[in-house]
Ligand binder design. Sequence first.
Ligand code: ZN
Length: 460
Amino acid sequence: MKTDTHETALLAGAARSNITPPLGITLDGPIGQNGPATHIHDELHARCLVLSDGSTTLGFAVCDSTMITGRVFEAAKELVAERTGIPADHLMMTATHSHSVPRAMDITDDAGFQAYLDFLAQRIADGIQRARNQLAPAQLGWTTTEKPEHLNNRRWLVKPEVLTPNPFGDSGERVRMNPPAGSDALIRPTGPVDPSVALLSVQHEDGRPLALLTNYGLHYVGGVPKGHISADYYGIFCSAVERALGQAGQDPPFVALLANGASGNVNNIDFRTKRTPRPPYAKMTEVADDLATAVLTACESIEYTRHMSLSAATRTLDLPVRRPDAQRLAWARTIMASAGGPERLSSREVFAREALFLEDYPPTLPVPLQAFALGDFALSAIPCEVFAETGLAIREASPFTGTCVMSLANAYHGYLPPPEQHELGGYETWPARSSCLATDAEADIRAGAIDLLNRLRPPG
Ligand SMILES: [Zn+2]
């Protein structure tokens, strides 16, 4: 029932914008070991959703990319603001974290790669503009379910014999990322997983599905042949949900979105048992289909409303960078003086090169945080690979009935290990462009994210 004279019925629109790069583009591999794309297994998309309550309009884009630099997101937001009037702080854009796609960062000056970054910004903006063009009377509902069985914390306390040597020669390492599965040297994982799956379901006013935004705390699954472009399990999940909820010939088409939750230390590998090799794409398909089944079941219990107030809050923290000291720089220069080409770097050489990159970083970085309220459901967006414990803590402290935490949103500032994880060492803590913020940044970001949610808390 309409209780507020200012409240208009909800409007929603959704669109999928193709962001597949041309073959030949450099792909993300293990850090520093990239190669050219030679095949497109499935197309990449920016999946976009625009919602309006009559006075506030919000736009979300979930993009098939490993990570997207703030410069690209800012360019996309500027285009959207110019073309549609939706202000930048009402726009949330995020990367899924597929690893079989280009890293949309300034990783090379190559003109073709830079042209892809421009194209990406344009296509994200196009997707939001198209979703906005299609705004139609809608109803919204949300729910959460749990799907712990695909999640494993990948940072393990291990016996010294299986520790990966610290690339800088530092002692005191106690954690190994992705330890050998089934090994007797494994002690225990160093943290939790966040099993929650959040679902925001959008229907036309007659009940036809319009869009479904899902959030899940799982890193990519992988299992892709070298040179392949693929959206990983995110794309397969969205296709499965679109087949199930969309109708043939529906115009505009139903759109599914799957955003990356608090997954910085969580992947799909069960380290307690030996791994059995699987054919390409098999494991990611299994995970995607199982998640889609759970999500479609959870959808059935959602109650919808035509009236929901929308709001947004944004805040940018200025956080210190872990730049190399003089000793680390001298070490890095010595190592790199005898290193081979970029395709053949050892782990030590990769991190030496990273130290030289970090030398050029400013002393502090702007870290944009966002929160959105959709009735009693909230969304928290953070530009890092957020660890599961941080996601759980934000959800626990949130004043909203339901809250989801999105990683890799609006910029890219690397892994965000909590201070106690920094003390344990391991890959995610080693200073690099992929782990560049100060060791206490997690506490500031967690507090900042909770503060934004409190600012949006509806009265009563
Ligand atoms: Zn990652």
